[in-house]
Ligand binder design. Structure first.
Ligand SMILES: C[S@@+](CC[C@H](N)C(=O)[O-])C[C@H]1O[C@@H](n2cnc3c(N)ncnc32)[C@H](O)[C@@H]1O
Length: 205
């Protein structure tokens, strides 16, 4: 691993440095299969409101998933607090670049109520002490019936990122506000997540 100046993943500089030096082992390079299937199926709860589902992609990194959602007609916004990540995502997004915003997840206020929050290597980018705040914010961002969907990384190695979670810990974190409605193994993981991640959908109560 290269020698980095920034060691604190709570700071944008940590991520800037890694994107700048192209050390991004979490980056899948494209939108993953379970998400593709989920978007193709467009769960009923996302489409019954008679308007495109409003979606947030927190800590979007390269934001490959954004184009998939926008092309499906979803009203998606991707945010990241790293200016270098945002510049990369915008460069990759082309005509969709206007849907990418530099913002901190903990202070960002969406311009409309959300139907879906997409999770992909964001929780595991956070030191564990920050997880309760992430879960609280997910819960605040979503009205009852809203969905939290994406990839959850299970591991017990103390050092990170990625900081893995244990299933009981995830349940304890989310059970106060969410019910788990899907939990599937993942077949197309990249090496850093292989055998240790699940595609999950949680519904806000
Ligand atoms: C491990 S990367 C994952 C990126 C992307 N989701 C992916 O799967 O390729 C974590 C991302 O979260 C961003 N991030 C970390 N803390 C953040 C915060 N408080 N607000 C917004 N973005 C944040 C980082 O800048 C980084 O791009």
């Amino acid at each position: 691993m290269p020698d980095f100046a920034s060691r604190d993943p709570l700071m944008p500089a940590f991520w800037d440095e890694r994107f700048e030096r192209q050390f991004t082992p979490w980056d899948r390079g494209s939108a993953p299969a379970a998400l593709r299937a989920f978007v193709a199926q467009s769960p009923e709860s996302l489409t019954t409101a008679g308007r495109p589902p409003a979606v947030l992609l927190p800590g979007c990194g390269s934001a490959y998933e954004l184009a998939l959602m926008l092309d499906a007609g979803w009203d998606a916004t991707a945010i990241d607090f790293s200016p270098v990540a945002v510049a990369r995502a915008k460069a990759l997004a082309g005509r969709h670049a206007g849907h990418i915003v530099q913002a901190d997840f903990f202070t960002y206020t969406p311009h409309k109520p959300l139907d879906l929050v997409y999770e992909q290597a964001f929780l595991c980018a956070m030191p564990r002490a920050r997880w309760p705040e992430v879960a609280e914010r997910w819960a605040r961002l979503l009205a009852p019936g809203g969905l939290l969907a994406g990839y959850f990384f299970f591991d017990d190695v103390p050092k990170g990122p990625p900081f893995g979670i244990e299933r009981a810990q995830l349940d304890a974190l989310l059970a106060p506000h969410f019910d788990c409605i899907a939990d599937d193994p993942v077949a197309d993981s990249i090496p850093v997540f292989a055998g240790k991640e699940h595609w999950m959908v949680w519904r806000r109560r």
